[in-house]
Design a protein. Structure first.
Length: 681
């Protein structure tokens, strides 16, 4: 039997119940060798270790091996993850350990999470197991996403303990490394990181190394400045000789595959506190693509105290959502500066948005962490820093006659806002220009002018009356201009132009106000991604669908659902921009996913249309999902529109619409003030 302390770690300091923060709870599961197989060693609170047999079937012919193979190939289902995760969790808690863990667990909650450490030896038969999928059948939750826990892996055995203290200097400096040939989608992750840095500009600074990233180039950049975080976006492979990472060779067009220990030596001596390693999705799925094996090397050789490595290759959707959620939580979350809490929150965001080929996304990030380094940074708001994510208080309640049924529906959590692009106000004129500064969200008219100019749109008559055209005409014209722009295979140019136009935009005030409401879901009828951004700033943990027919993982969900009906610029593949795209969307709407139908058709649900035209084809098509007639169990629809006519009323009569003939922003102000007043009361 392996003796206590054989790993070289200071057992007492690493396993006490208080993990360096007052009231912190901590325990550790180790796999060690016994006389007849692996044993589980459980340590917590300075008590004597408890050892029991590890009861997981490791033979190559076991049923669980087939499930693990599906997870590695990216073709698993949610029940697959629950199945193998439950087997692993039960094997780690045989009688004796189960009772000791339950005693700790009873003391934990979201404000005082239990930090669960895994010490897994680097042996193929156990290292291959999907530890981040640990699943508690009784609680019906994954430990890696349940906010009552923080799931981390220990440094490799024999690695000296790190002695870092939380870094208090700000901003935190992140070096993003994107070698040439990492794939087209990595640009979207970089754009998203840049947007996050803009929102967190007082506490986060980004640097970028891209193009031909040779070893000499990377080492020179690491030495040029005091970087806190190394964020690598590229390819890794697991072969017979271990993990390799792809950089670029000295000759143009050549690759250089560097083994993990050599890559770690590049980082050695640079005092990097955190490495985040994203393994890009290749042209075809591969079980060998991984970067998780780099974690132990970076900890042992480069003395990096925290490493987040992607165990499996991931799509841009998962990569972008993880990075966005992680950095926001790390820098502005419930426990700023704590890396384990931030990873847990980011995994949770992946879990509630898991669907289709992203189902294994939330078990992909692996956190290797040195005990005592959980509080990696001492993050404090800059004095006098402007806060852009707070809704401006309404000093005087607008005098607007609000239907009682609407107020009651919002108060009771039954109202679903349907939010159109008409809430984007025209920007105020300014002579001052700040590079990369936040900008007002562009209107549909401004986007049409921009795209028409760039694509030399030939039908000039269409553009002469844009300023007086209704939003429903602008929506049709924007799709027409986009159709012209993308001809001859220029769709990627079209998307790049839209990203440039919207990338620095701030969510308009009305969107921030809507984000503060407690609603079961929101339909957003624009592709600029600003409704999702507003929800993030309101710190709303939200499920997001970027296609109306996109299924999500099963199970009960309490988080609100945001449906980006036209897709979003953050995930280019989801975008519905052109006339042809809209025709495809019309075909998908009758096949809306059960998540969308369930959101719409629950008893008593009402709908509030804001910033949308009653003549808009998209709005009308979307409403075909609603129940109509005397037998309908849905609540009324409230349509805010000053321009609605008798002809519009005739069309909408069957949908039980009640018209509010006011400016949408005025109604939003009044509703927000009313809800705030009731909360204070």
């Amino acid at each position: 039997m392996e003796p206590l302390g054989a790993s070289g770690q200071p057992r007492e300091g690493a396993t006490v119940a208080h993990d360096g923060q007052a009231g912190g709870l901590s325990c550790r599961f180790e796999l060690v060798h016994g006389q007849s197989g692996h044993l589980v060693r459980f340590l917590a609170g300075g008590e004597a270790p408890i050892e029991r047999p590890f009861g997981f079937e490791l033979s190559p012919t076991s049923r669980s091996r087939g499930v693990i193979a599906r997870i590695e190939q990216g073709i698993c289902t949610r029940p697959d993850l629950q199945d193998v995760g439950s087997q692993l969790w039960n094997a780690l808690r045989p009688p004796g350990i189960q009772e000791a863990f339950a005693e700790l667990e009873r003391q934990a909650d979201e404000s005082r999470p239990l930090r669960v450490w895994l010490d897994v030896p680097p042996e193929a038969d156990v290292e291959r197991l999907p530890w981040e999928a640990l699943h508690d059948e009784m609680a019906s939750s994954f430990l890696g996403t349940d906010l009552r826990y923080c799931l981390s892996r220990t440094p490799p055995r024999g690695c000296p303990p790190c002695l870092y203290t939380p870094r208090g200097e700000q901003p935190i400096r992140v070096l993003v490394v994107i070698p040439e040939g990492s794939g087209l989608q990595v640009q979207y992750e970089w754009n998203n990181l840049r947007n996050a840095a803009r929102d967190l500009r007082d506490v986060l600074h980004l640097g970028l190394v891209e193009g031909r990233v040779t070893p000499d180039h990377l080492q020179a950049e690491l030495r040029s400045s005091a970087w806190d975080v190394l964020h690598f976006i590229g390819h890794g492979e697991a072969g017979e000789e271990g993990i390799s990472i792809r950089l670029n060779g000295e000759e143009p067009g050549t690759d250089l595959w560097m083994d993990a220990s050599t890559f770690a030596s590049l980082v050695q001596g640079q005092h990097v506190r955190l490495a985040l390693l994203n393994c890009c999705l290749g042209a075809s799925p591969s079980v060998s693509r991984t970067l998780s094996g780099l974690g132990p090397h970076l900890m042992r050789t480069a003395r990096v105290p925290a490493v987040i490595a992607m165990r499996y290759e991931i799509s841009d959707t998962v990569s972008i959502r993880f990075a966005d959620s992680f950095y926001r939580e790390l820098l502005t979350g419930r426990a700023p500066g704590r890396v384990d809490t931030a990873v847990q929150q980011a995994r949770h965001a992946l879990r509630i948005n898991a669907s289709g080929d992203t189902i294994r996304g939330f078990v992909t990030p692996v956190l290797y962490l040195s005990p005592g380094c959980e509080q990696l940074f001492d993050v404090r708001p800059a004095p006098g820093a402007p806060v852009t994510s707070v809704v401006e208080p309404i000093t005087q309640t607008p005098v607007v006659p609000l239907p009682r049924a609407l107020v009651a529906s919002l108060r009771e959590g039954r109202c679903i806002p349907v939010v159109g692009p008409g809430l984007h106000p025209l920007p105020t004129v300014t002579r001052r220009h700040v590079v990369d500064a936040p900008a007002p969200a562009p209107t549909l008219s401004q986007l049409i002018h921009r795209l028409a100019r760039e694509s030399e749109y030939p039908e000039a008559d269409d553009l002469r009356h844009l300023e007086t055209a209704g939003d429903w005409i602008l929506s049709l014209l924007l799709a027409r201009v986009c159709q012209h722009y993308q001809h001859d295979g220029r769709r990627y140019r079209l998307i790049e132009s839209l990203q440039a136009a919207c990338g620095r935009a701030e969510p308009p005030g009305p969107l921030l106000q809507i984000a503060s409401w407690d609603v079961p879901g929101i339909f957003y009828l624009h592709f600029d991604g600003l409704m999702e951004e507003a929800l993030k700033r309101a710190r709303k943990m939200t499920r997001v669908l970027n296609r109306v027919d996109q299924p999500q993982a099963g199970g009960e969900h309490t988080e609100p659902l945001l449906v980006n009906v036209l897709g979003t610029l953050t995930y280019a593949a989801s975008l519905m921009l052109t006339e042809m795209d809209h025709e495809h969307l019309w075909e998908r709407l009758p096949r809306a996913s059960s998540d969308v139908v369930g959101l719409v058709r629950q008893m008593g649900r009402s709908f509030l249309f804001l910033g949308a035209s009653p003549r808009d084809l998209l709005v009308r098509r979307l409403c075909l999902l609603l129940e109509t007639g005397e037998a309908s169990m849905q609540g009324p629809c409230f349509f805010v529109s000053r321009e609605a006519t008798e002809v519009d009323s005739a069309y909408w009569k069957s949908f039980n619409v009640r018209w509010i003939r006011e400016e949408p922003s005025t109604v939003i102000d009044a509703l927000t003030a009313r809800l705030d007043a009731e909360d204070e009361a």
